[in-house]
Design a protein. Structure first.
Length: 257
């Protein structure tokens, strides 16, 4: 009988501790009501995991701090609808799902290249599509899609698109029958072009620059595009060869009011 009394007392003490104290897992000094510290040897594993009765993961917190959920994010029980955005309501209030305000501008695509294209010189006299190998944004199919082979962004809905891009051209060389530069008069330029459906619609052509030098071109343009229109950035020179250096592109979308 005394054993049962001792067990009951122990359970009461544990429940009291859980109710009024702080509980730590892998820590002797918890700083919250419940603090879980990952094991040092498990740097890429899971810190917390919740599964359903079929052992399917519902939510996970990795030891790196990433949060993964398998179902909809539902503030105040609202899962939202396709095309809506989660808008903060400030402190002590859950966010709400809202339609994009009329005329609001959002960034829908961003990419860059940090390294030089050092394989071969690009021929002068033709438009050369600028390449971007680092994609910085997750593309929303409601607004468009990115083709990494053609380095083209195809829009998915009519709206106002603001495209900003820049690139560095370097190792600029005279390319006329293999004849090299013959004097200070031999100055060249490499222009940056906004291409829509393969055709240039806007350009920034810099002043001429010296042989074997660098130049950074920059362009920004806003225009109305339709579903299926294709955005690319091109470089073009006049009778010179050049190479592509670090580059970037940003695409903003504004709904037509």
């Amino acid at each position: 009988m005394k054993i049962y009394i001792h067990i009951i007392c122990l359970i009461v003490l544990i429940c009291s501790k859980l109710s009024y104290g702080q509980v730590g897992i892998n820590t002797q000094t918890p700083s919250a009501a419940l603090e879980v510290v990952s094991e040092k040897i498990n740097k890429t594993g899971k810190l917390l995991k919740a599964t359903n009765e079929n052992n399917l993961s519902m939510a996970e917190v990795s030891t790196s701090g990433d949060l993964k959920i398998s179902k909809a994010l539902m503030p105040a029980g609202d899962p939202g609808t396709v095309g809506t955005y989660l808008i903060s309501q400030g402190a002590d209030a859950p966010p709400v799902w809202r339609d994009l305000p009329k005329g609001a501008t959002i960034q829908i695509f961003n990419a860059q290249r940090d390294t030089n294209m050092t394989t071969t010189n690009l021929p002068g006299g033709n438009y050369t599509i600028i390449t971007f190998n680092i994609i910085n944004s997750s593309t929303d199919a409601n607004y468009g899609s990115w083709n990494g082979v053609n380095n083209a962004f195809t829009v998915a809905k009519k709206g106002i698109y603001t495209i900003t891009a820049g690139f560095t051209s370097y190792d600029i060389q005279y390319d006329l029958g293999g004849v090299g530069p013959s004097g200070d008069w031999e100055l060249y330029s490499v222009g940056i072009y906004l291409m829509i459906n393969g055709n240039p619609v806007a350009a920034n052509i810099p002043a001429t620059i010296e042989y074997n030098s660098k130049y950074s071109g920059y362009i920004t343009q806003s225009l109305i595009l339709n579903d299926g229109d294709r955005i690319q950035i091109g470089g073009q020179s006049n009778m010179v060869k050049w190479k592509q250096g670090p580059s970037f592109i940003s695409v903003l979308y504004s709904e037509i009011p």
